[in-house]
Design a protein around this ligand. Structure first.
Ligand code: NAD
Length: 500
């Protein structure tokens, strides 16, 4: 089915190019509370994906740089780990306030470095502030199992302790927010950090370092820029790092887990996703289509929870697809700053752009039906048209692999059992949604779906109070909520023989 009368997407360009030149952070590594040069003379170019121009160059860190940062983190952790929850909470609140006071700088850096619309960057910064505020409060509420006599004459006390130094590796899709999801609970739990931002988007994380320098204890947050295979690899193998947390692709997660296994290091993995959207025949189809418009195309679909794989009941598949195509036809593709109505920015990089184009070409050559979009937009910039591929057969490659672009596929099913089986037939298990007005289905289907988050009549709505994380190939460990604080703590049992 192809709707006529929908204009071919064009990229709305901004008359004046957005620039973050006036607010760029220093580009050394941030170690022990100060920016320092790295041990290598190599640099990595950071590119604006809208213009394809280099906006900064950062240090290509080495294993030796990581070792220096770990030393600083080990030294700082001793006194930081001994602070009270109240003292740590005050530091987290201060970080939130610093970000809030500088939110425009963060927004312009983030939207220039990723090409994301300003509205998305604003949302990222608001969520970042909220993450620090939530963890500032939550860390003061922690309790553990009641102390007591569980063996005759012995009193048990359960202590919650920091794990020590945590290595953190973050992705490019929400650079500042994904860093905050790690930094806030890890510091709240009394650990220190060595963080490697994505080599493609290090600028907002370095800006955070610049602004907190001298205002939070030196050495509790260290940043080493560089590639995954050098800096990330060293974080995973360093003997003095107690836990390594990565948000990224499955392949990177596998590499980190394998390396970390050699030192029996704890691992926390937030990996890829391919979220099924199961639409039952009784659903409000317009609401479901509008939900997919928002949650499938937010951040140009470069979201691990993106609503990218629709499974709709065969009796309403055509009607639903029509609604969805109309919705998608209203999306505006453009440069950040080219208008408040711009909702779709570019892919992050040329290699990623080429990968998305390849997936689309493969779908077309397999004879799949492109209901809207389906092509790249002429440059400059790595823009892809918002795309819906309809009547996708079970097991098609495009519907089972993470595309990480503005591409939604539509498959149909005939029975509830088939919908559940097909939704679960995925290597990923991060998130899913169910659309129905039936109160029975709204409980029974989520219980049978093998995903860490299941929304009902909604998709991609997050809150700091509730956990985020996956099953199966999407990894393990939880971000946000009290569960993240658990993940970044260790419990110790102290048993006292009182002889009575
Ligand atoms: P990526 O795996 O390419 O990179 C993520 C980070 O890992 C980067 O900092 C990179 O340098 C580093 N890295 C790469 N190889 C490494 C290695 N061998 N050892 C150590 N570190 C290594 O992922 P990306 O392209 O930046 O981000 C997109 C991916 O992230 C998608 O798969 C997406 O689904 C996933 N993601 C998941 C979540 C979640 O919450 N589950 C959130 C955001 C993104």
């Amino acid at each position: 089915m192809t709707l006529t009368g929908i204009e071919r997407f064009t990229v709305r360009r901004s008359s004046t190019e957005q620039s973050c030149a006036g607010v760029l952070p220093p580009t050394g590594h941030f170690i022990g509370g100060a920016f320092v040069p790295g041990s290598s003379t190599q640099f990595i170019d950071v590119v604006d994906p809208t213009t394809e121009q280099v906006i900064a160059s950062v240090q290509a860190g080495t294993a030796a740089d990581v070792d220096v940062a770990v030393e600083a983190a080990v030294a700082a952790q001793k006194s930081w780990g001994a602070t009270t929850p109240k003292e740590r909470s005050e530091v987290l609140s201060l970080i939130a306030n610093i970000i809030e006071a500088n939110r425009e700088a963060f927004e312009i850096i983030e939207s220039t470095n990723t090409g994301k619309p300003r509205a998305v960057a604003e949302d990222d910064v608001s969520s970042t502030i909220d993450t620090f505020r939530f963890m500032a409060g939550a860390s003061r509420t922690l309790t553990s199992m009641a102390g007591g006599d569980y063996a005759t004459g012995h009193t048990s006390v359960i202590l919650r302790e920091p794990v020590g130094v945590v290595g953190v590796i973050t992705p490019w899709n929400y650079p500042l927010l994904m860093a905050a999801w790690k930094i806030a609970p890890i510091l709240a739990a009394g650990n220190s950090i060595v963080l490697k931002p994505s080599e493609q988007t290090p600028l907002s994380t370095l800006k955070l370092a610049e602004l907190v320098a001298g205002r939070i204890p030196d050495g509790i947050l260290n940043i080493v820029t560089g590639q995954g295979r050098t800096v990330g690899q060293r974080l995973a193998e360093h003997p003095e790092i107690a836990l390594v947390a990565l948000t990224g692709s499955v392949v990177s997660g596998q590499a980190v887990a394998e390396t970390a296994g050699r030192s029996v290091k704890r691992v926390h993995l937030e990996l890829g996703g391919k979220a099924p959207v199961v639409v039952f025949p009784d659903a409000d189809l317009r609401a479901a289509a509008a939900g997919v418009r928002n949650a499938g195309f937010w951040n140009a679909g470069q979201d691990c929870g993106a609503a990218c794989r629709v499974l709709v009941h065969e009796s309403v598949a055509e009607e639903f697809t029509e609604h969805l195509v109309r919705e998608v036809g209203t999306l505006v593709v453009g440069a950040p700053g080219a208008g408040d109505d711009v909702e779709i920015g570019p892919m992050i990089s040329r290699p990623h752009f080429e990968r998305v184009k390849e997936s689309l070409a493969e779908a077309k050559s397999a004879g799949l039906q492109v209901a809207i979009g389906g092509s790249a937009v002429d440059g400059p910039g790595y823009f892809i048209e918002p795309t819906v591929i309809s009547n996708v057969p079970a097991g098609a490659h495009i519907a089972t692999h993470e595309i990480f672009g503005p591409v939604v596929t539509v498959e149909s099913f005939s029975t509830t059992e088939e919908a559940i089986t097909r939704a679960n037939e995925s290597p990923y298990g991060l998130s899913a949604s169910v659309w129905t007005r039936d109160s029975g289905l709204s409980l029974s289907v989520p219980k049978q779906l093998d995903f860490g988050t299941v929304w009902v009549n909604s998709h991609l709505v997050l809150a700091c109070e509730v956990p985020w994380g996956g099953f199966k190939g999407s990894g393990y460990g939880r971000d946000l909520s009290l569960y993240a604080l658990d993940d970044y703590s260790r419990t110790k049992h102290v048993m006292i023989n009182h002889g009575a």
